[in-house]
Structures are given as C-alpha cells and as structure tokens.
Design a protein around this ligand. Structure first.
Ligand SMILES: [Zn+2]
Ligand SMILES: [Zn+2]
Length: 129
C-alpha cells in the first residue's frame, strides 16, 4: 500500500492510490515538456485499478496515437498519462502528490531529448526512451 494521494491546483480533481508504485522516472521527452510547459517532469506509475479519482472527472487529450493525457478541466493541471503500450497502468505526476517526499524517482527517460541547459547531476540511469 502506497497510501499516496494528490490533487490538481484548484482541488477539483483528487486521487488516492491503494497499491504499490510500479516504477518512477523523470521524463525529458518533447511531448511531456510541452504538456507540462516544463523542462522535465516526474512520474510515478501505478496500476490503473489502484487509483481512485474523486471530484471532477478528468478531461483527456490524445497527444499521440494510443496515448491519453488526463488533466483538470477547470485549472488545466496535468494529472495522468496512459499508453496502450502499457495496459492496466497509469502514470501520475509526482508534482500532484499531497506529499512528494515519500517517492524516490529512480531513472531518466528520453535523456537524449532533454533541453541542453538542464543539468542533472545524479547517478540515476539515463535512458534514451
Ligand atoms: Zn483543477
Ligand atoms: Zn514523456
């Protein structure tokens, strides 16, 4: 049990996670950078069945074929990422957690797409996909 919970900026969308974290990562891909207007964003992945959303229903945007990005329709906060390539899993943003201190992000994704001026001085594995 992770006991994790989170919300969007305006609190219209809230969630609770009842199961374990499957994996975590900092994503540098261009699509995530544009979706979050940020140089990098950080995810934790859980089983879709372990997430209970409350409040307003998420709105969704298909940023690529088979990809669904969920966001708050009121304040616009990015909330979730799901891909047909990983059925039954959902990625949530570490930045939406009520308390992000309990999550350790373990790797970098799409390292080759990172913005040139961003320095990440860590020993984490850096994958190009
Ligand atoms: Zn909101
Ligand atoms: Zn990404």
């Amino acid at each position: 049990m992770s006991g994790l919970s989170g919300r969007c900026l305006c609190r219209s969308v809230r969630y609770r996670v009842s199961g374990p974290i499957i994996h975590t990562g900092h994503c540098h891909c261009e699509s995530c950078r544009r979706a979050t207007s940020s140089p990098v964003t950080s995810f934790f992945c859980v089983a879709t069945a372990d997430v209970a959303f409350e409040g307003e229903a998420l709105r969704h945007f298909a940023s690529s074929p088979g990809v669904s990005r969920g966001f708050c329709g009121n304040c616009g906060s990015p909330m979730s990422f799901a891909t047909d390539k990983r059925p039954g899993e959902i990625d949530l943003y570490v930045g939406t957690l009520d308390d992000a201190s309990g999550v350790t992000v373990s790797q970098h994704w799409f390292w080759s797409e990172r913005v040139a001026w961003l320095s990440c001085d860590d020993d984490l594995p850096k994958h190009d996909n």
